[in-house]
Each structure stands twice: as C-alpha cells, then as structure tokens.
Design a protein around this ligand. Structure first.
Ligand code: KG4
Ligand code: ZN
Length: 446
C-alpha cells in the first residue's frame, strides 16, 4: 500500500519520532497526571472523541500491516502484524548455541550472529505472512534499551527496508513492547494498568497511564531476575539451549523449595526496586559448598532459588499495587511480561497476589513473553496510529549517518516514593525517558 494513501486514510502526517530539546526536557517535572494529551494537535484523527480507549486504538476501518524487527539482545526476531490484531507471521532465530558456549551474551558474537541471519529472518517473516514489502504500511524496530552493537543490526535492516520501499519507520522501546503486547492479546486491557516486566536485562514495575506515558514504580538496582536464573542454571551445569530459565523451572519441580534457606533480597528497603546480585552470590556459595553430583541436590537448589527469587517479585508487586491504586484507583489489571513471565510457577504465584488485591493478571502466551517481533510490530502500530513515526529514510543512506540507538533508555520517570537510597548508587542514565520525550514533544505543540 502506498505511503500517501495509508496516511491520508488515517488522516496523519509524518512527524519525526520523539523530537525533543534539552531545554524543554529540563523544564519538565513529571507529575502523575491523567493521559489527556495523547492526540497531538497536528495529527487530527478522524475519530470523534479523544480519550485513550479501544475505539481510538482499534478503529474498524484501518488495515495497517506492520513489519516488526527485534535484535536488542540475543534473539533475531521479525513478525508481520495487522492493526486488527492478526499476527500474520512470527519468526525467531535464537543464539542458543552461543549461549551454551559462552554462558551468556557476548556482544560481539551476538552482533555477528544477528548480521548472519537478519535478512533471512525478515524474508521468512514476509513469506510466512504471504506479503511483500510493498504491502507494508510501516516498519517498526527496537531502538533501545539493549546492546548497541545488536540494536544497530536491526535498525540498519529496518532503515534499508523502509528506505527501499518508501515506508515510514517507528522506533520502539523494547520494554514498552513487552508491556503493550498484552493489549494485543487481551482486547479488554485499557489504560491505566500496571505491568511487571521481567527479563534477562530488566526488572521493571510500571504504571502505564497511556500510550508512551509511564511511571516507574520500581526497577532493578543490579542484576535482573532472568540473569539470576541463567547463572544458576549455568553453575548447576544444566542444558542452556533454551536459556537457563526453562531449565531451572523444570528441575525445580523435583526439588524441595524449603531445603535451602536463601534470604529474600532487599527486605529492609520498603520500596519496589529489585536486586538479584546478592541472591546470585548466595546460590553460588551454596553450589560451591555442596555436592551437586546427584540430580536431587541440584533440584533442591533450583527449587530453593526459584522460591526466593519469586518471593521477591511477590513482595514488590504487593507494595506496587498499593502505590499504583493511590495514583490511579481505577486500575484493574497487572500485566506480567518479558521472558521470565513464561514461567508457570511465576505466573501462579503472582496470580495469587493479584487476586488478593481484586485485580486481574494478564500474561501473554510464552512465545510473546520472550523476545519477539510481534510485540515490536504491535507497539509500532499503536504509536503509528497516534502519528508518532519517522518519515521514510532515503533509499541510500549516507555513509556518515548516525543511527539513533538508545542502549540505556528508561521507560518513565521514577515515582518519588519509590526512590531508594540503593538506587542512587547507580550510574547516571544516558537517554531521557520515553515518557519525558513524548511529553516534551506534546508540550512543544501547545
Ligand atoms: O525478554 P527476554 O526474552 O529477553 C530479554 O529482554 O532479556 O528474557 C530472557 C530471559 C532469560 O534470562 C531467560 O532465562 C528467561 O527470560 N526465561 C525464563 C523462562 N523462559 C525464559 N526464566 C524463568 N523461567 C522460564 N520458563
Ligand atoms: Zn526482552
């Protein structure tokens, strides 16, 4: 479909994605607010009223087809998704063999692996969807957070495709995509909602007030939970081919979760931040001090680790729900997404916390919890409908073009009550948050 006809049908004009100036950002002091500003003045949507609702996000008459590309970590993924919510294709090429060899993600190796398969993965996604590039309405791609070397491979491919076929391009925040894919799965899921995002690189508790508008209730001050699963699996000598998480989950079923008394992280910090570095050390010491030759003792460690790792999540979620309900009493859902959310034990335990608070748990299916292109395409669709995208790049990129990659990119501003002393030890972050950028661009239009 031609770009101009797509745009005119949606009554949108191209708009540089996430423009901001340092001055406007500095002037910004994010306060919890109602999401009433999402329709930019310059992009009058044809819909009659503006509020963040299913009508706005899923008009019956649009038929966008978006290609999503994801290369932020160790999976090379692409998918084609329709704005109606139909997933036309989903392709993931994982770097399992590299993970086994290095016991983690080595950026240079991961970059090479992405480069080797990216063309094939994208082509396969188009083939499976039975579309060609000319049928696409836009290309969405993860621009951060993640490993720069890896992000670059996806962004390069996205720009090449978009440039050759005159398609707009949407830069996507990886963690926002983990959260928003829940809206593709669960049609009833409206803003505001809460999300716990648990992956290999991040633990995040957020309050999603609107598209691109997030309050960060808690984050990881050191290692994320997925990293702890992966290292525990590696030290126990488990098969890492499907990553460490599934191996621990499986083995833990045979173990006694009470057999080793690991202590719950950050008990003394009454906030919603996470820390898994200490638990990792506890597990390593336990493994070093025990005979782990027999399967039973390995299973006991796996089960004991998993119990405490998840208790930490439960405790933080319970507190975060109280905080979130103070800000937005209408919240009904907690989304749990990211690779670790494919774990059945994690889901069952969090379901209890959520039910106790009379909320509902929304967990995407495992294939949409781990890194995938569908979540990127879908998030692209959500932003595209709001007029947030870049115009098509030139067919031939200039040699000195600098890619907009955001390896350290917070999703939202920290909730004041959630600021912990432990957090202040972290290094300064690099990129302004997605939420502050969107707010700055909206303010500029007024
Ligand atoms: O979201 P994701 O695919 O990639 C990142 O953005 O990091 O998450 C990957 C993480 C890995 O640490 C992996 O071990 C973990 O998710 N994971 C699991 C399970 N499946 C994947 N952790 C626990 N149980 C699982 N079943
Ligand atoms: Zn992820």
């Amino acid at each position: 479909m031609a770009l101009s006809s797509t745009l005119s049908r949606l009554n949108l004009i191209p708009r540089p994605w996430l423009p901001y100036t340092v001055t406007t950002l500095r002037a910004l002091k994010l306060k919890p607010h109602k999401p009433q500003l999402l329709r930019p003045k310059w992009a009058p949507l044809t819909l009659s009223s503006f509020s963040v609702s299913a009508q706005i996000h899923r008009p019956q008459d649009d038929n966008l087809v978006v290609l999503g590309i994801e290369t932020s970590c160790d999976d090379t993924a692409a998918a084609v998704v329709r704005s109606s919510g139909d997933i036309l294709s989903q392709v993931v090429s994982s770097q399992a063999d590299l993970l086994v060899r290095y016991g983690g993600v080595a950026p240079k190796m991961a970059e090479e692996a992405h480069s080797q398969v990216i063309d094939q993965v994208v082509q396969e996604a188009l083939n499976q969807a039975n579309v060609s590039e000319t049928d696409l309405s836009a290309v969405a791609v993860t621009i951060g957070p993640g490993l720069s070397l890896c992000l670059r491979v996806g962004v390069q491919k996205a720009r090449k495709t978009a440039g050759s076929f005159n398609l707009p391009i949407i830069g996507v925040h990886h963690m926002e995509a983990h959260a928003l894919v829940a809206r593709l799965v669960e049609r009833e899921l409206q803003f505001p909602f809460m999300a716990l995002l648990i992956s290999g690189g991040h633990n995040l508790l957020i309050l999603a007030q609107g598209l691109g508008q997030y309050i960060q209730l808690g984050t990881s001050i050191d290692d994320a939970i997925g990293e702890a699963y992966d290292k525990t699996a590696k030290w126990l000598g488990l098969d890492m081919r499907r990553s460490g998480g599934p191996a621990i989950e499986e083995l833990a079923q045979e173990g006694d979760a009470e057999s080793i008394k690991f202590s719950i992280p950050m008990k003394q910090h009454k906030d919603c931040n996470f820390s898994y570095a200490g638990l990792k050390t506890q597990v390593r010491l336990a493994i070093e001090s025990k005979n782990i030759q027999d399967r039973r003792s390995r299973a006991d460690i796996a089960a004991s680790f998993q119990r405490v790792a998840v208790l930490h999540l439960e405790e933080r979620c319970q507190r975060a729900i109280q905080w979130a309900l103070k800000i937005e009493p209408s919240i009904k859902h907690l989304v749990v997404s990211g690779g670790v959310a494919s774990n059945q034990y994690v889901r069952a335990r969090l379901d209890q916390v959520v039910k106790k608070n009379s909320l509902q748990l929304v967990c995407p299916p495992p294939s949409l919890c781990t890194d995938n292109g569908v979540m990127v395409a879908w998030t692209g669709i959500e932003h595209f409908r709001m007029g947030r995208f870049d115009p098509p790049p030139p067919a031939v990129e200039s040699e000195d073009f600098v890619y907009d990659l955001r390896p350290r990119w917070p999703l939202g501003e920290e909730y004041a009550e959630g600021r912990s002393e432990a957090r202040s030890l972290r290094k300064a972050r690099i990129h302004p948050s997605l939420t502050s950028i969107i707010q700055a661009s909206l303010q500029q239009q007024h």
